[in-house]
Write a protein that binds this ligand. Structure first.
Ligand code: AQP
Length: 336
């Protein structure tokens, strides 16, 4: 009863690599503590992870690890619905219908399609092109009010909104119009040695990335190596255009400590980068320490994790099925 009055929120991450500090600060951290206000659905987007060539065993391992890490980051399975995307077959089914309501032109303009097809020129498959329809299905099945996303994912919610407008325009009020929610701090965490590129899970060069489960010594090393800038000023000042490396470190420090950019500038006034970089590293180490311990503890209990994802799929499926039945009826599929 209580859940019916709450607004719905939904998000997911694809297990295409180990979770990074970017996944945490840009996504998971903002999901936590919303369950009082929202009925929350969070999933491991394993179906999205096969649009590029991948290792099946690694995908299986990461899907389970990601679930353990979601829980360790504070997503209580008693208060949030946590599930594996491929366990809820309605995602694939609705995606097919939505494919028929997304235009070739709009799919061609998706930044992720352009980036990933440039990187995988030998494997520009249909899934890589139509994944935004699967993403629209992921969202619309649960009729969410809010979809928390990183800055780079806003385009997907925009496309979903176009599909809703088109579909509802033909069939009436079937889907609720979803709103993207982008947190102000941590919305786009950049690579530490290439601050013009996003810190990505699937970047296998492993330079400039911090993983959620990295050892403290590795994290410190990554921060000490972080690119700052080559100007002579050498001061900690928030200027994303002129000093993207410093701005990125300030974003990370702000998201980690809750301090404002003004406070950070004052804290490191006159100290140069020698003090600033390890301070950011230490703050990240301390933030991640309890999460890492908890994730290791949970990961050791496979039976518990299985229980969580089974219960999550059951609950998700119930809601997803309601939407799919409505859609099938609207488009004229004969009921079985
Ligand atoms: N570096 C980041 N900064 C802020 N937010 C981020 N997100 C991912 N990386 C950062 C946010 O995490 C959510 C899930 O994203 P995803 O894993 O499904 O897709 P992605 O954005 O394509 O992530 P990656 O790490 O770049 O994966 P690969 O390398 O496989 O493409 C989203 O809300 C995203 O914004």
């Amino acid at each position: 009863m209580e859940n019916q009055e709450k607004k719905v929120m939904l998000s997911g991450i694809k297990p295409s690599g180990d979770l990074t500090l970017g996944s945490y600060l840009g996504a998971i951290k903002n999901w936590g503590a919303r369950s009082e206000e929202f009925d929350c659905y969070y999933f491991m987007a394993d179906m999205h992870a096969i649009t590029v060539r991948h290792d099946p065993a690694a995908l299986r391992r990461r899907t389970l690890e990601q679930l353990a890490q979601y829980i360790a980051c504070g997503l209580d399975p008693e208060k949030n619905t946590l599930f594996v995307q491929s366990h809820v077959h309605q995602h694939a089914e609705l995606a097919w219908v939505l494919n028929c309501y997304a235009m070739f032109g709009e799919l061609s303009r998706m930044t992720q399609f352009k980036d990933k097809s440039a990187k995988n020129a030998e494997n520009i498959n249909g899934g890589l092109f139509t994944y935004p329809c699967l993403m629209a299905a992921d969202i619309l099945l649960y009729q969410p009010d809010v979809v928390p996303v990183g800055e780079d994912q806003k385009q997907h919610v925009e496309l979903t909104r176009n599909i809703v407008q088109r579909f509802n325009g033909i069939y009436g009020d079937v889907f609720k119009m979803p709103e993207p929610y982008v947190a102000k701090v941590g919305a786009r965490i950049m690579n530490l040695v290439d601050p013009k590129s996003k810190m990505s899970k699937s970047d296998d060069t492993n330079t400039g990335r911090v993983l959620l489960m990295d050892d403290p010594a590795v994290i410190m090393k990554q921060f000490k190596r972080a690119i700052t800038d080559s100007d002579t000023e050498r001061c900690v000042r928030y200027d994303p255009e002129e000093k993207p490396g410093v701005a990125n470190l300030m974003q990370i420090y702000a998201a980690t400590t809750g301090k404002s950019f003004d406070e950070i500038e004052k804290e490191f006034d006159g100290q140069g980068y020698g003090k600033f970089k390890p301070a950011v590293g230490e703050a990240v180490v301390e933030m991640l320490r309890p999460i890492q311990e908890e994730a290791r503890r949970i990961m050791a209990d496979k039976a518990y994790l299985e229980g969580v994802y089974r219960a999550g799929a059951e609950k998700a499926e119930y809601i997803a099925n309601k939407t799919l039945r409505k859609v099938y009826k609207k488009v004229g599929f004969l009921p079985r």
